[in-house]
Design a protein around this ligand. Structure first.
Ligand code: GLA
Length: 582
């Protein structure tokens, strides 16, 4: 089916669809946070809430984790995602970054890029510009073909992301605009910034329409935006209707009624909106980001966000409250999504298995970073000879969490969040430090920083040199567990401890894996890495999308770094995202 070409433009007062005033009612849905088998379902539910547009970022590091190995298939099939949006009769907004923030690891930038010695991020630094240009050209090859003036759904493309919160290099923004236009993007371009005068000034660029990001005080924020964008439609391009969570904290929610009242104020003023998020989804695998403004705070696996459509794709109270508000301003479809019943609850016994990641160790004077090892997974085991010495073992910095053992006996942990960099080790033959990279910073100046054991290492005040570094690929380890022999006790030896269990499903449905009783680690189902779990909470269940399950035999694998109190995988009736702030 070839849809007819239409026009979308920015007029003196409004967005114009085929020349007629048009209000954008958009919702954020990141294709890289939702199983592709569930994209269509989530898009349809956005339409049923009354939305006419789907907005997505593009995550560069999902498409090109290894330099030059570009992928746009499966989970990365942006073209397919846009086709599904079109099939639902909706429009699309694409935000390709290159920086996207989004609580996504490294703010979307590939590790190979941020690891380039001396590369300048988010500014006019020649190597950065060269790589960004090549990336954008690839993305725009997909996006250009799906623009509205070619019969596709795309009506707007965003340049960078909240640039005014980071820098003021206008030439960099101008370069992005040039690359975008040269690549055949003809729809209007936007920037987004938090509505302060400084950010709107530094984040904007001539000829590109300004929008704002905020979740409250809509009228006041729109006034600020209006000072910087004197003509054309006003748009809250990220209406924060919930918030993200991080390990060690409580679970954030915002009352549906308060959020709906903000929405009402926004729509009453005539503005366009993009709900951030409409449906948050999940930081599957090892994709969560982190914040660090003096304290390192890694983001949870769940990106439920307290959004109107929850992590499993169910409408919430907020969904219906928003739908009611939207109905005051625009027609909404009659049909509404059903709420799922309780998920199947059952228990699976786990057995320890002897799984091994294939990698071998390499020798180094000082512990190499994950970047130097070109290791993209979450674990590296570092080992050094102690030659019978004990005392204070001190690192420059631990990024981000370490389990220290001497001669196979655990002696303690070091946490970056707690600013720990030293512990006392007993005299022994050798020390082993297993380091977990817990998520790459996605906001502000620590973007792109290296992982592992940083800086000098001393033992009893003397330099400790001569290290073996063994990268451990968590996904490969989990996958190898499926066929590994059972045996070793999960309590014996040093982490990671791998456990496995199997279960049969006649009629697969979304599941929730309870992680109470486990310490810190990763869980996989049928080789699909669900993400991280941690007893520090708040999240205590992992969402298992139905699309990852089989009718018949299924295998659950747990890779534990700390301790397994309970060798059972419990599937429970619903999510537990943790206690709320009182
Ligand atoms: C900003 C960013 C988004 C996201 C939100 C918070 O608005 O633009 O990517 O990080 O903050 O969730």
């Amino acid at each position: 089916m070839t849809a007819r070409a239409r026009s979308f433009a920015i007029g003196e007062t409004d967005f114009l669809l085929d020349g007629e005033p048009f209000r954008v009612l958009a919702g954020a849905l990141h294709y890289f946070r939702v199983h592709p088998g569930q994209w269509a379902d989530r898009i349809r539910k956005a339409k049923q809430m009354g939305l006419n547009t789907i907005e997505t970022y593009v995550a560069w590091n999902a498409h090109e984790p290894v330099r030059g190995e570009w992928d746009a298939t499966g989970w990365n099939d942006l073209g397919r995602f846009l086709e599904l949006v079109a099939e639902e009769g909706m429009h699309a907004i694409v935000r390709p970054g290159p920086y996207i923030c989004a609580e996504w690891h490294n703010g979307g930038l590939p590790v190979w890029l941020t690891a380039l010695e001396g590369v300048g991020l988010r500014r006019s630094e020649p190597r950065f510009l060269e790589e960004v240009t090549a990336y954008l050209e690839r993305v725009y090859e997909i996006v250009a073909a799906h623009q509205i003036d070619r019969g596709g759904p795309v009506i707007l493309v965003q340049i960078e992301n909240e640039y005014g919160a980071y820098g003021n290099d206008t030439a960099y923004l101008e370069h992005l605009v040039r690359v975008t236009k040269d690549a055949g993007i003809t729809v209007p371009l936007t920037t987004i910034d938090q509505p302060t005068d400084q950010m709107l000034r530094d984040g904007s660029v001539a000829g590109v329409h300004l929008t704002g990001s905020f979740g409250s005080r809509a009228v006041e924020r729109l006034e600020t935006l209006r000072r910087h964008q004197p003509t054309g439609p006003l748009m809250c391009a990220e209406f924060w209707d919930g918030w993200f969570d991080w390990w060690g904290n409580t679970h954030h929610t915002t009352p549906a009624a308060a959020s709906a009242a903000e929405l009402d104020a926004l729509l009453a003023s005539g503005a366009s909106v993009n709900f951030y998020m409409f449906h948050g989804g999940t930081n599957f695998g090892l994709t969560n980001g982190a914040n660090d403004k003096g304290r390192y705070l890694p983001i949870l696996t769940s990106y439920d966000y307290d959004a109107p459509l929850d992590e499993r794709g169910d409408p919430t109270e907020k969904y219906f409250a928003f739908r009611d508000v939207i109905a005051k301003y625009a027609p909404v479809p009659d049909e509404v999504p059903a709420v799922s019943g309780p998920a199947p609850a059952f228990e699976v016994a786990l057995e320890p298995v002897v799984a091994e990641a294939a990698a071998s160790g390499s020798r180094h004077e000082l512990p190499p970073t994950f970047e130097q090892l070109e290791h993209l997974s979450a674990l590296v085991a570092y080992e050094a000879d102690l030659d019978g010495t004990g005392g204070v073992l001190r690192f420059g910095e631990v990024r981000d969490h370490a389990w220290v053992s001497v001669d196979g006996v655990s002696v303690g942990t070091l946490s970056r969040t707690r600013h720990e960099d030293a512990l006392v080790v007993p005299a022994g033959r050798s020390v082993r430090v297993l380091v977990e990279e817990q998520g790459r910073v996605n906001y502000d100046v620590r973007l792109g920083e290296p992982k592992g054991l940083l800086g000098p290492v001393t033992l009893a005040g003397e330099p400790l040199t001569g290290w073996t570094a063994t990268p451990i690929d968590v996904a490969a380890l989990g996958a190898s567990a499926v066929d590994a022999a059972t045996g070793a006790s999960a309590e014996a030896g040093v982490a990671p401890f791998v456990l496995r269990g199997s279960f049969t499903l006649d009629d697969p449905a979304d599941l929730f894996l309870d992680t109470h009783g486990w310490g810190k680690g990763f869980a996989l189902v049928n080789g699909f890495l669900l993400g991280r779990y941690w007893s520090s909470g708040p999240q205590r269940t992992l969402y298992v999308p139905v699309a990852a399950l089989n009718a018949g035999e299924n295998v659950v694998v747990v890779v534990e770094l700390d301790r397994v109190a309970d060798a059972i995988a419990r599937f429970v009736a619903g999510p537990d995202l943790g206690p709320l702030e009182e």
